[in-house]
Ligand binder design. Structure first.
Ligand code: GLV
Ligand code: MN
Ligand code: MN
Length: 407
């Protein structure tokens, strides 16, 4: 079996990055925007050019199957092509385009497989515009009802179902879908571990638990010059105290606990007005479910306490909650064996980022291959992985696909 043609992966990654380009060489294709539609159209054309059968389901997940006339459960390779607003070139895109390349390599090599092989891109993996993240794959596996997902409202006020129809990706395929035979995903690590360890291939053991909370703090806007400090009900100050608490909590708990306040919006957001409301998000993650629950409880308690001290109210809304996931041992072992046999230095590690694979793991054996991220930078246009590492990852994906599909 010959290796993948990396030139094709490179060319497709670059062409996709030209859609929704942003300063610094990255892309902005927030889920279900016009840019997302244009990216979808491009990748879908590539799928059709290869003679694959392209199916779109009711949440907009797109799956391309080879051979086109096979309807039995495929080995599914997937990821996403939506991005955060400050997206790099590789996050998600690599997994989809490497999956397409695996199929093109199989076709050119003239091999046949026991199971069909399919490549998918899932709707709204990032969750930046419509929370939660991994939305399309969650609906795909029956983790969220289709109607609930279609009724989600974006940070810009748009309804998900309306946006899906507007961009032409409200397909007819059923959700939940039939479980695949198995699932594989190649992704950049998005963290610094592989690079620091000098490993080319990450054998992903699972994904840490994720908890997203939105807090809405309501106080009273008032004149910044005339209101004595002791008489304020300052939503901005309270949000700042919560943000500081969250950082200190993660520091106190120590690794693997991480905590992020990524969004704070103040109203009326003016220089000389005490803020009446603050809306903020808290992202908590841990590989240990009990520790994650402990962090969530500490956050809830601290938010109430600092709000009471300031005479403001705080309302909490859960945006996403996923328990830690462990991938199927046979798939994890397979990734390690294939990478080692191909001569790469390998390292086992859990994923810090959320991935569609953690949803697919609910319904079939699933696993992931990681490649290093330069400087551990991601969700940033500066995101970079050396071509040699991308190529290594694609060849490990190919090797695993051959075994799981029964070549
Ligand atoms: C999504 O990809 C996340 O990990 O936030
Ligand atoms: Mn991703
Ligand atoms: Mn991402």
């Amino acid at each position: 079996m010959r290796p993948v043609n990396f030139g094709r992966i490179r060319a497709r990654l670059d062409a996709l990055a030209e859609i929704g380009p942003i300063a610094g060489g990255g892309s902005c294709r927030l889920a279900l925007t016009d840019a997302d539609r244009d990216g979808r159209d491009l990748v879908r054309n590539w799928m059709e050019d290869l003679g694959l059968r392209v199916d779109i389901d009711r949440i907009g997940n797109v799956t391309a199957t080879w051979p086109a006339d096979r309807f039995d459960p495929p080995l599914l390779i997937g990821s996403h092509i939506d991005t955060v607003a400050t997206g790099g070139r590789n996050d998600g895109n690599l997994g989809v385009l490497a999956g397409l390349e695996v199929i093109e390599t199989l076709i050119e090599s003239g091999v046949s497989t026991t199971h069909p092989v399919a490549v998918a891109f899932f709707t709204d993996e990032e969750g930046s515009r419509f929370a939660p993240d991994m939305l399309g794959s969650q609906v795909f596996v029956g983790g969220m009802a289709l109607e609930e997902a279609l009724d989600l409202v974006a940070i810009d006020g748009a309804r998900l179902g309306s946006e899906l129809a507007r961009i032409g990706y409200a397909g007819p395929g059923p959700c939940p879908a039939h479980p695949p035979h198995a699932y594989l995903e190649l992704h950049i690590e998005q963290g610094p571990v592989l690079e620091a360890q000098g490993a080319t291939i990450g054998v992903v053991t699972g994904v840490q638990g994720i908890s997203w909370t939105e807090l809405t703090i309501t106080g009273q806007s008032n004149h910044a010059g005339t209101t004595p400090m002791a008489l304020r009900h300052d939503a901005g100050y309270t949000a700042a105290r919560v943000a500081t608490f969250v950082r200190e909590l993660a520091t106190e708990m120590g690794p693997p606990q991480v905590a992020t306040v990524g969004r704070i919006e103040l109203r009326p957001n003016l220089v000389n007005v005490v803020a009446s409301t603050a809306t903020m998000t808290v992202d908590l993650r841990n590989t240990d479910e009990a520790e994650l629950a402990r962090a969530e409880a500490a956050l809830a308690e601290a938010a109430e306490k600092v709000a009471a001290a300031e005479g403001v109210t705080v309302r909490s809304r859960r945006l996403a909650r996923y328990a830690p996931v462990e991938f199927a041992t046979p798939v994890v072992d397979l990734v390690e064996r294939v990478a080692t046999d191909q001569g790469w230095s390998v390292m086992r590690l859990p994923s810090g980022a959320g991935h569609d694979a953690q949803m697919l793991a609910r319904v079939c054996p699933a696993g992931m291959v990681f490649v290093p991220s330069a400087g551990g930078i991601s969700h940033n246009p500066a995101e970079h992985t050396e071509d040699a590492d991308l190529e290594a990852g694609a060849n490990v994906l190919l090797g695993c696909a051959l075994e799981l599909a029964g070549a």
